[in-house]
Write a protein that binds this ligand. Structure first.
Ligand code: MG
Length: 367
Protein backbone atom coordinates (compact mmCIF):
# COMPACT_ATOMS: atom_id res chain seq x y z
CA UNK A 1 0.00 0.00 0.00
CA UNK A 2 1.43 3.38 -1.00
CA UNK A 3 -0.95 5.83 0.52
CA UNK A 4 -0.40 7.16 3.99
CA UNK A 5 -3.17 5.89 6.21
CA UNK A 6 -4.17 7.57 9.45
CA UNK A 7 -2.38 4.86 11.41
CA UNK A 8 0.80 5.47 9.43
CA UNK A 9 0.61 9.17 10.17
CA UNK A 10 0.10 8.42 13.85
CA UNK A 11 3.12 6.12 13.85
CA UNK A 12 5.13 8.76 12.07
CA UNK A 13 4.15 11.31 14.73
CA UNK A 14 5.45 9.02 17.45
CA UNK A 15 8.77 8.76 15.67
CA UNK A 16 9.16 12.42 14.76
CA UNK A 17 7.55 14.49 17.52
CA UNK A 18 9.61 15.85 20.38
CA UNK A 19 8.77 14.29 23.78
CA UNK A 20 6.90 17.55 24.49
CA UNK A 21 4.69 17.36 21.40
CA UNK A 22 1.11 16.08 21.64
CA UNK A 23 0.59 12.94 19.53
CA UNK A 24 -2.87 12.48 17.96
CA UNK A 25 -3.18 9.30 19.94
CA UNK A 26 -3.08 11.39 23.15
CA UNK A 27 -5.89 13.74 22.09
CA UNK A 28 -8.09 12.71 25.03
CA UNK A 29 -11.10 11.55 23.04
CA UNK A 30 -14.33 13.25 21.97
CA UNK A 31 -17.48 13.69 24.03
CA UNK A 32 -19.45 11.59 21.53
CA UNK A 33 -17.28 8.65 20.43
CA UNK A 34 -16.82 8.43 16.66
CA UNK A 35 -15.40 6.00 14.14
CA UNK A 36 -11.88 7.06 13.15
CA UNK A 37 -11.25 8.56 9.74
CA UNK A 38 -9.19 6.38 7.35
CA UNK A 39 -7.13 9.35 6.11
CA UNK A 40 -6.95 11.99 8.77
CA UNK A 41 -5.67 12.05 12.33
CA UNK A 42 -8.05 13.38 14.99
CA UNK A 43 -6.34 16.79 14.98
CA UNK A 44 -6.54 17.06 11.19
CA UNK A 45 -10.22 16.31 11.51
CA UNK A 46 -10.61 18.93 14.25
CA UNK A 47 -8.88 21.47 12.03
CA UNK A 48 -11.23 20.73 9.13
CA UNK A 49 -14.31 21.05 11.34
CA UNK A 50 -13.17 24.44 12.56
CA UNK A 51 -12.41 25.62 9.03
CA UNK A 52 -15.89 24.60 7.82
CA UNK A 53 -17.94 25.93 10.74
CA UNK A 54 -20.10 29.02 10.41
CA UNK A 55 -18.44 30.83 13.33
CA UNK A 56 -15.18 30.66 11.35
CA UNK A 57 -16.79 32.22 8.28
CA UNK A 58 -18.15 35.06 10.38
CA UNK A 59 -14.58 36.00 11.37
CA UNK A 60 -14.34 37.48 7.89
CA UNK A 61 -16.54 40.36 8.98
CA UNK A 62 -15.28 40.75 12.52
CA UNK A 63 -12.54 43.20 13.23
CA UNK A 64 -10.88 44.71 16.16
CA UNK A 65 -9.27 48.05 15.54
CA UNK A 66 -9.86 48.05 11.81
CA UNK A 67 -13.62 48.56 12.18
CA UNK A 68 -12.65 52.21 12.22
CA UNK A 69 -11.31 52.15 8.67
CA UNK A 70 -12.64 51.60 5.19
CA UNK A 71 -10.42 49.55 2.95
CA UNK A 72 -10.03 46.18 1.33
CA UNK A 73 -6.50 45.53 2.48
CA UNK A 74 -6.86 45.63 6.23
CA UNK A 75 -6.92 42.47 8.31
CA UNK A 76 -10.07 40.89 9.63
CA UNK A 77 -10.18 38.29 12.38
CA UNK A 78 -10.23 35.66 9.67
CA UNK A 79 -7.04 36.80 7.97
CA UNK A 80 -5.53 37.22 11.44
CA UNK A 81 -6.44 33.61 12.30
CA UNK A 82 -4.92 32.39 9.02
CA UNK A 83 -1.72 34.30 9.70
CA UNK A 84 -1.49 32.90 13.22
CA UNK A 85 -2.11 29.42 11.89
CA UNK A 86 0.66 29.70 9.30
CA UNK A 87 3.13 30.96 11.89
CA UNK A 88 2.09 28.32 14.42
CA UNK A 89 2.63 25.56 11.87
CA UNK A 90 6.11 26.80 10.99
CA UNK A 91 7.13 27.12 14.62
CA UNK A 92 5.57 23.78 15.58
CA UNK A 93 7.42 22.07 12.75
CA UNK A 94 10.72 23.65 13.77
CA UNK A 95 10.25 22.56 17.38
CA UNK A 96 8.87 19.13 16.46
CA UNK A 97 5.55 19.84 18.18
CA UNK A 98 2.28 18.73 16.60
CA UNK A 99 1.69 20.97 13.56
CA UNK A 100 -1.88 19.79 13.02
CA UNK A 101 -2.90 20.52 16.60
CA UNK A 102 -1.19 23.93 16.48
CA UNK A 103 -3.02 24.72 13.23
CA UNK A 104 -6.40 23.67 14.66
CA UNK A 105 -5.92 25.73 17.84
CA UNK A 106 -4.83 28.76 15.80
CA UNK A 107 -7.81 28.61 13.43
CA UNK A 108 -10.18 28.32 16.41
CA UNK A 109 -8.50 30.70 18.85
CA UNK A 110 -10.62 33.77 18.03
CA UNK A 111 -13.98 32.09 17.31
CA UNK A 112 -15.50 33.43 20.54
CA UNK A 113 -14.79 37.10 19.90
CA UNK A 114 -17.90 39.30 19.83
CA UNK A 115 -18.23 42.23 17.42
CA UNK A 116 -15.98 45.22 18.22
CA UNK A 117 -13.23 43.29 19.92
CA UNK A 118 -12.34 43.81 23.54
CA UNK A 119 -14.67 46.77 23.96
CA UNK A 120 -17.55 44.57 22.77
CA UNK A 121 -16.34 41.88 25.15
CA UNK A 122 -16.47 44.29 28.11
CA UNK A 123 -19.97 45.46 27.15
CA UNK A 124 -21.28 41.89 27.04
CA UNK A 125 -19.53 40.98 30.28
CA UNK A 126 -21.20 43.92 31.99
CA UNK A 127 -24.62 43.02 30.59
CA UNK A 128 -24.12 39.43 31.78
CA UNK A 129 -22.81 40.35 35.23
CA UNK A 130 -25.56 38.53 37.10
CA UNK A 131 -25.75 35.63 34.65
CA UNK A 132 -22.23 34.18 34.52
CA UNK A 133 -20.39 36.91 32.65
CA UNK A 134 -18.73 36.79 29.25
CA UNK A 135 -15.24 36.24 27.92
CA UNK A 136 -14.14 35.39 24.40
CA UNK A 137 -12.04 32.31 25.27
CA UNK A 138 -14.86 30.73 27.29
CA UNK A 139 -17.29 31.63 24.48
CA UNK A 140 -14.94 29.90 22.01
CA UNK A 141 -15.44 26.59 23.83
CA UNK A 142 -19.18 27.25 24.03
CA UNK A 143 -19.28 27.68 20.25
CA UNK A 144 -17.43 24.47 19.50
CA UNK A 145 -19.17 22.52 22.29
CA UNK A 146 -22.74 23.71 21.92
CA UNK A 147 -23.65 26.51 19.53
CA UNK A 148 -22.45 25.02 16.24
CA UNK A 149 -25.24 22.75 15.02
CA UNK A 150 -23.62 20.82 12.23
CA UNK A 151 -24.18 17.34 13.57
CA UNK A 152 -27.49 17.73 15.38
CA UNK A 153 -26.33 15.93 18.54
CA UNK A 154 -26.16 19.07 20.66
CA UNK A 155 -22.42 18.72 21.27
CA UNK A 156 -21.30 21.26 18.70
CA UNK A 157 -18.33 20.22 16.57
CA UNK A 158 -17.45 17.38 18.97
CA UNK A 159 -13.75 18.25 18.97
CA UNK A 160 -11.00 16.46 20.87
CA UNK A 161 -10.43 17.24 24.50
CA UNK A 162 -6.86 18.44 23.81
CA UNK A 163 -8.14 21.11 21.43
CA UNK A 164 -11.09 22.18 23.57
CA UNK A 165 -8.88 22.63 26.62
CA UNK A 166 -6.35 24.59 24.59
CA UNK A 167 -9.06 27.09 23.61
CA UNK A 168 -9.92 27.75 27.23
CA UNK A 169 -6.52 29.22 27.99
CA UNK A 170 -6.89 32.30 30.21
CA UNK A 171 -9.46 33.57 32.69
CA UNK A 172 -13.05 32.30 32.79
CA UNK A 173 -15.71 34.33 34.64
CA UNK A 174 -17.30 32.66 37.67
CA UNK A 175 -20.53 31.01 36.68
CA UNK A 176 -19.86 30.95 32.93
CA UNK A 177 -21.63 27.86 31.52
CA UNK A 178 -18.67 25.73 30.46
CA UNK A 179 -19.12 22.08 29.51
CA UNK A 180 -18.78 20.05 32.72
CA UNK A 181 -15.72 18.11 31.60
CA UNK A 182 -13.77 21.33 31.05
CA UNK A 183 -14.20 22.39 34.66
CA UNK A 184 -11.99 19.67 36.02
CA UNK A 185 -8.83 18.09 34.71
CA UNK A 186 -5.44 18.71 36.20
CA UNK A 187 -3.44 17.58 33.19
CA UNK A 188 -1.19 20.32 31.79
CA UNK A 189 -2.28 22.10 28.61
CA UNK A 190 -0.61 20.94 25.40
CA UNK A 191 2.53 22.96 24.70
CA UNK A 192 0.98 23.70 21.30
CA UNK A 193 -1.51 25.98 23.12
CA UNK A 194 1.33 28.15 24.47
CA UNK A 195 2.92 28.24 21.06
CA UNK A 196 -0.28 29.53 19.41
CA UNK A 197 -0.65 32.14 22.13
CA UNK A 198 2.82 33.49 21.37
CA UNK A 199 2.23 33.37 17.60
CA UNK A 200 -1.04 35.26 18.15
CA UNK A 201 0.92 38.10 19.76
CA UNK A 202 3.59 38.08 17.04
CA UNK A 203 0.88 38.18 14.37
CA UNK A 204 -1.03 41.11 15.77
CA UNK A 205 2.06 43.16 16.64
CA UNK A 206 3.24 42.74 13.06
CA UNK A 207 -0.03 43.22 11.22
CA UNK A 208 -1.27 46.05 13.40
CA UNK A 209 1.99 47.84 12.76
CA UNK A 210 1.43 47.26 9.04
CA UNK A 211 -2.26 48.26 9.13
CA UNK A 212 -1.51 51.28 11.34
CA UNK A 213 1.04 52.53 8.81
CA UNK A 214 -1.35 51.82 5.94
CA UNK A 215 -4.13 53.74 7.69
CA UNK A 216 -1.68 56.63 8.31
CA UNK A 217 -2.17 56.45 12.07
CA UNK A 218 1.57 56.99 12.32
CA UNK A 219 4.44 57.37 9.88
CA UNK A 220 7.40 55.12 9.17
CA UNK A 221 9.60 57.76 10.79
CA UNK A 222 7.51 57.56 13.96
CA UNK A 223 7.53 53.76 13.95
CA UNK A 224 11.32 54.03 13.78
CA UNK A 225 11.21 55.16 17.42
CA UNK A 226 10.80 51.45 18.08
CA UNK A 227 14.05 49.56 18.44
CA UNK A 228 12.51 46.47 16.88
CA UNK A 229 11.37 48.45 13.84
CA UNK A 230 14.89 49.81 13.42
CA UNK A 231 16.35 46.32 13.76
CA UNK A 232 13.89 45.09 11.12
CA UNK A 233 14.84 47.90 8.76
CA UNK A 234 18.48 47.00 9.18
CA UNK A 235 17.80 43.30 8.60
CA UNK A 236 15.74 44.13 5.49
CA UNK A 237 18.49 46.47 4.29
CA UNK A 238 15.64 48.52 2.86
CA UNK A 239 13.02 51.11 3.78
CA UNK A 240 10.36 49.33 1.79
CA UNK A 241 7.49 48.85 4.22
CA UNK A 242 6.46 45.31 3.37
CA UNK A 243 10.01 44.08 3.67
CA UNK A 244 10.50 45.84 6.98
CA UNK A 245 7.27 44.40 8.44
CA UNK A 246 8.24 40.97 7.17
CA UNK A 247 11.63 41.22 8.93
CA UNK A 248 9.86 42.51 12.05
CA UNK A 249 7.84 39.26 12.12
CA UNK A 250 10.90 37.13 11.36
CA UNK A 251 12.91 38.62 14.22
CA UNK A 252 10.12 37.74 16.66
CA UNK A 253 9.60 34.24 15.24
CA UNK A 254 13.30 33.39 15.19
CA UNK A 255 13.75 34.57 18.76
CA UNK A 256 10.80 32.43 19.83
CA UNK A 257 12.16 29.33 18.10
CA UNK A 258 15.67 29.81 19.49
CA UNK A 259 14.46 30.41 23.05
CA UNK A 260 11.92 27.58 22.90
CA UNK A 261 14.60 25.27 21.59
CA UNK A 262 16.78 26.07 24.60
CA UNK A 263 13.85 25.46 26.95
CA UNK A 264 12.99 22.14 25.32
CA UNK A 265 16.61 20.99 25.20
CA UNK A 266 17.33 21.77 28.87
CA UNK A 267 17.42 18.65 31.04
CA UNK A 268 13.88 18.22 32.34
CA UNK A 269 13.44 19.01 36.03
CA UNK A 270 11.11 16.42 37.51
CA UNK A 271 7.52 17.00 36.53
CA UNK A 272 8.30 20.43 35.12
CA UNK A 273 6.71 21.42 31.87
CA UNK A 274 9.03 23.56 29.75
CA UNK A 275 7.95 27.13 29.28
CA UNK A 276 7.84 28.72 25.85
CA UNK A 277 8.68 32.40 25.80
CA UNK A 278 10.75 35.08 24.16
CA UNK A 279 14.23 35.93 25.38
CA UNK A 280 14.62 38.80 27.86
CA UNK A 281 15.72 41.35 25.31
CA UNK A 282 12.99 40.50 22.78
CA UNK A 283 10.35 40.60 25.51
CA UNK A 284 11.32 44.20 26.21
CA UNK A 285 11.33 45.13 22.50
CA UNK A 286 7.94 43.51 21.92
CA UNK A 287 6.47 45.27 24.93
CA UNK A 288 7.78 48.56 23.59
CA UNK A 289 6.01 47.89 20.27
CA UNK A 290 2.78 46.97 22.04
CA UNK A 291 2.84 50.20 24.08
CA UNK A 292 3.41 52.19 20.89
CA UNK A 293 0.43 50.53 19.18
CA UNK A 294 -1.73 51.09 22.25
CA UNK A 295 -1.17 54.81 22.40
CA UNK A 296 -0.92 55.52 18.69
CA UNK A 297 -3.52 53.12 17.42
CA UNK A 298 -5.77 51.06 19.72
CA UNK A 299 -6.53 53.98 22.01
CA UNK A 300 -6.52 56.70 19.38
CA UNK A 301 -9.61 58.93 19.28
CA UNK A 302 -10.54 57.64 15.86
CA UNK A 303 -10.53 53.98 16.90
CA UNK A 304 -12.09 54.58 20.31
CA UNK A 305 -15.02 56.50 18.83
CA UNK A 306 -15.95 53.54 16.63
CA UNK A 307 -15.40 51.03 19.44
CA UNK A 308 -17.51 53.00 21.90
CA UNK A 309 -20.28 53.28 19.36
CA UNK A 310 -20.12 49.48 18.92
CA UNK A 311 -20.29 48.93 22.68
CA UNK A 312 -23.33 51.21 22.92
CA UNK A 313 -25.03 49.22 20.18
CA UNK A 314 -24.40 46.01 22.10
CA UNK A 315 -25.82 47.50 25.32
CA UNK A 316 -28.96 48.79 23.60
CA UNK A 317 -29.59 45.60 21.67
CA UNK A 318 -29.14 43.47 24.78
CA UNK A 319 -31.62 45.62 26.74
CA UNK A 320 -34.11 45.65 23.89
CA UNK A 321 -34.00 41.86 23.38
CA UNK A 322 -34.40 41.30 27.08
CA UNK A 323 -37.55 43.38 27.03
CA UNK A 324 -38.85 41.68 23.91
CA UNK A 325 -36.98 38.53 22.76
CA UNK A 326 -39.29 37.93 19.74
CA UNK A 327 -36.60 38.84 17.14
CA UNK A 328 -34.27 36.05 18.39
CA UNK A 329 -33.94 33.23 15.84
CA UNK A 330 -35.69 29.93 16.79
CA UNK A 331 -32.51 28.07 17.87
CA UNK A 332 -31.81 30.77 20.45
CA UNK A 333 -35.36 30.54 21.82
CA UNK A 334 -34.93 26.77 22.11
CA UNK A 335 -31.66 27.07 24.00
CA UNK A 336 -33.08 29.81 26.23
CA UNK A 337 -35.28 27.15 27.81
CA UNK A 338 -32.26 25.40 29.30
CA UNK A 339 -29.59 28.13 29.28
CA UNK A 340 -31.71 31.14 30.24
CA UNK A 341 -32.84 33.99 28.03
CA UNK A 342 -29.93 36.27 28.99
CA UNK A 343 -27.34 33.65 27.97
CA UNK A 344 -29.14 33.09 24.71
CA UNK A 345 -29.26 36.80 23.93
CA UNK A 346 -25.55 36.99 24.79
CA UNK A 347 -24.76 34.07 22.42
CA UNK A 348 -26.77 35.76 19.67
CA UNK A 349 -25.03 39.12 19.99
CA UNK A 350 -21.57 37.58 20.49
CA UNK A 351 -21.98 35.67 17.23
CA UNK A 352 -22.78 38.79 15.21
CA UNK A 353 -20.38 40.38 12.77
CA UNK A 354 -19.72 44.12 13.12
CA UNK A 355 -21.94 44.91 10.16
CA UNK A 356 -24.76 42.62 11.27
CA UNK A 357 -24.79 44.38 14.63
CA UNK A 358 -24.95 47.69 12.79
CA UNK A 359 -27.96 46.61 10.75
CA UNK A 360 -29.67 45.13 13.79
CA UNK A 361 -29.37 48.36 15.76
CA UNK A 362 -30.27 51.01 13.19
CA UNK A 363 -33.60 51.76 14.89
CA UNK A 364 -32.14 51.53 18.38
CA UNK A 365 -29.52 54.21 17.79
CA UNK A 366 -31.96 56.83 16.46
CA UNK A 367 -32.76 58.31 19.87
MG1 MG B 1 -5.95 36.39 18.10
Amino acid sequence: MVWLRREDQEDRELRSLSPFGTPSRSAGGRRIPETEDPLRTVFQRDRDRVLHCSAFRRLQHKTQVMAAFEGDHFRSRMTHSLEVSQMARSVARALRLNEDLAEAIALAHDLGHPPFGHVGEDALHEAMQDFGGFRHNAQGTRIVDRLERRYGHGHGLNLTRALRRSLLKGRVPDGFPLSDDLRDGEEPLPLEADLVDLCDKIAYLSHDLDDGLRAAMFTDAEAADLRLFRAARKAADSDQRQRVVSEFTSLLIHDLVEQADLALAAPPTTGQRPRLRHGKEMTVLAQEALEFLRTRFYRSDRVLAVMNDGAERIRRLFASLRKDPTPLPPAFHERAETDGIERSICDYIAGMTDRFLHRATVGLMAD
